[in-house]
Design a binder for this molecule. Structure first.
Ligand SMILES: [Fe+2]
Ligand SMILES: [Fe+2]
Length: 249
C-alpha cells in the first residue's frame, strides 16, 4: 500500500541536462553575477547602508519553525519574490522587507497543525487562528532578529509588519506592501499551485483560477501586478491542450 505524502510534491524542475545537442562549450559566456539571479549565500550577510542583514542566520533559526505545510519552501520563494520587488522599488528598505517576508509565517508553528487549514480556507476560515499566527510570529521574529544581531530600528518595523501581515487590509509602508505582495504572489507560482492543489484537493486549473482571483486584483505594487500576471499566464499556457499535445521534446 502506498503512503500518502505528508507534504505536497515539489515541482519537477529540471536541474541537470539529459544531454547536449550543441557541441561547442558555451561555459565562458556564463556570467557569475547575472541580473536578477539571487543567491542567498552570497546575498547574506547582505550589507545595506552599513547594516548587516544575516538572512542565512535568520533562515537557520526560522526553518525548524516553518517545517510544516510547506511553509519553509513558501517562505524561501516569497523571499525571492520580495528581493525582485525590492530591486524594482528602490524606495523600499530591504533591511526591513527581506527579513519580514522570510520570518512572516513562523507563528504557524504555535497553532495546532490540524487547525491550520481551517484557518486559511476560502469562505471565512478562522480569523482567531490567523491572528494567533501573527502575534506569535511577531514574538518569535523579535527573538530571532535580536539573536542574529539585526539593526534595532529595523527590528521594530519588521515586528510591526509581521503582527498583522494577513489581517491588516492596508499596507503600513512600501516594505509592508512588498511583504503582502510577495506572500500573495507566491500562490500563483508553480510551487504555490502545487501546494494549494494538495491543500484543497483541486485540479491545477482549479487552483490557478482560485489563486488568480485572489491575487491579481489584490496587490499593492505595480511590479507585483506584472509579475503575478506573468506567472498566471505561464501556468495558463502549461495547461493549454496545444501545449500538452507537444509532448516532452
Ligand atoms: Fe501568514
Ligand atoms: Fe505566508
Amino acid at each position: 500500500m502506498s503512503e500518502i505524502p505528508m507534504v505536497a510534491a515539489r515541482s519537477a524542475v529540471k536541474l541537470h541536462p539529459r544531454g547536449r545537442s550543441f557541441h561547442s562549450d558555451v561555459s565562458t559566456h556564463i556570467p557569475t553575477n547575472a541580473p536578477g539571479v539571487i543567491d542567498l549565500e552570497t546575498m547574506a550577510p547582505l550589507q545595506v547602508d552599513g547594516i548587516r542583514v544575516d538572512l542565512v542566520g535568520m533562515w537557520e533559526r526560522a526553518a525548524p519553525l516553518l517545517a510544516i505545510r510547506d511553509n519553509d519552501a513558501h517562505s524561501l520563494y516569497a523571499l525571492g519574490i520580495a528581493a525582485s520587488l525590492a530591486a524594482a522599488l528602490p524606495e523600499a528598505d530591504p533591511v526591513v522587507a527581506l527579513p519580514a517576508i522570510l520570518l512572516h509565517d513562523i507563528g504557524w508553528s504555535q497553532v495546532p497543525p490540524d487547525e491550520v487549514l481551517a484557518a486559511i480556507a476560502p469562505g471565512g476560515g478562522r480569523p482567531d487562528l490567523v491572528r494567533m499566527h501573527e502575534v506569535e510570529g511577531a514574538r518569535l521574529a523579535q527573538e530571532i532578529l535580536v539573536d542574529v544581531g539585526h539593526d534595532a530600528a529595523a527590528i521594530a518595523r519588521i515586528v510591526e509588519i509581521i503582527d498583522g501581515h494577513d489581517s491588516r487590509v492596508h499596507a503600513l509602508s512600501i516594505e509592508d506592501a512588498i511583504v503582502k505582495d510577495s506572500d500573495k504572489t507566491w500562490r500563483v507560482t508553480p510551487h504555490g499551485l502545487d501546494v494549494v492543489m494538495e491543500w484543497f484537493g483541486l485540479e491545477r486549473h482549479e487552483a490557478l483560477s482560485l489563486c488568480a482571483s485572489r491575487v491579481i486584483d489584490h496587490l499593492f505594487t505595480d511590479p507585483a501586478r506584472a509579475l503575478a500576471r506573468g506567472l498566471v499566464a505561464m501556468s495558463s499556457v502549461t495547461m493549454w491542450p496545444q501545449s500538452a499535445a507537444l509532448g516532452e521534446d
